[in-house]
Write a protein that binds this ligand. Sequence first.
Ligand SMILES: [Zn+2]
Ligand SMILES: [Zn+2]
Length: 338
Amino acid sequence: MKAMLLQAPSDLVQTTVDDLTVGAGEVLVEVTHSGVCGTDLKIFRGDIPVQYPRVMGHEMIGKVVTAPTATGLAIGSRVVINPVLSCGQCFYCQAGQENLCPSGFLLGRDKNGGFADHICVPAEAVFPLPSQISNDCAPLIQVMTTCHHAQNLSSINPGETVVVVGLGVSGLLHVQLAKARGASRVIGITGSPVRRSMAEKFGADDTFSPDEDVTQEILNLTGGRGADLVIDCVGSMNTLRQAIELARPGGRLLLFGIYTDEIATLPFYQLYFKELILTNARAAKAEDFPACIQLVVDGTIDLDSMISHVLPLVELEQAIRMLDERDEARMKVILDHT
Ligand SMILES: [Zn+2]
Ligand SMILES: [Zn+2]
């Protein structure tokens, strides 16, 4: 089959690789559309180490080619794939924390992923796509599951004020999901005027630029208390510091950006004094897939407006490089494999 193969950092070629062998209980899927994200960029650059050669891609949908009869999956039917695979047997899997399975892996990083003609996965990793969800936006379901999982861990109560720092694709999904969970006020923070207006379109009640006196603005909007929950979708020490400042005493921080710093100067005393609850979230669980599919089908979450580019699969390198450029108009980049 054809695949986009990363042979070494920044060395990506279109080539032919061995056809996949389908094991017992596995579904063979013809990948039709995939999404490109920051993880792919980091793998491409070599910032996230992988074994070479590697087929990247963990946000993918496609059509069933073969499936075990017991799954009831029709040949040719559309499915979205959960790229976070787990053993199903260990302490974490048994405890319903399969996203933390020590022998688990991510397709497109630890094993070959979806930037290819086909992918083969266990039947449990495949979820049928209803016809209401278009091919172009369906790969975003995987991104949405990670936001959905994170908000499950830091549940939002009706009437709360939620601040989302950083309004890329994940930030805008958090805005929509927080509204759907009953937050009475959702506030977005970004330096990009385009993304501020997108967040407002997606239901944000207020948006601010980091250049403004955001702390004072949020105190004004919350009776002088601060936000009940702050979601940091950037993952830098600056945004974490800001999140600590914006949260009310007794509030929560959801650390959604992936921090790689090992040394930090932060207002640690405020963490104590405000008695803040910190939640980290990693990947998603299988249960997040049907939940997210339903939220898109019933119109609660709009994925279509987040797609800014659709490119053919052969332009993968260009799609990845686009993520590295500062371009306010670029949102989600989708690859069409057909
Ligand atoms: Zn991704
Ligand atoms: Zn396990």
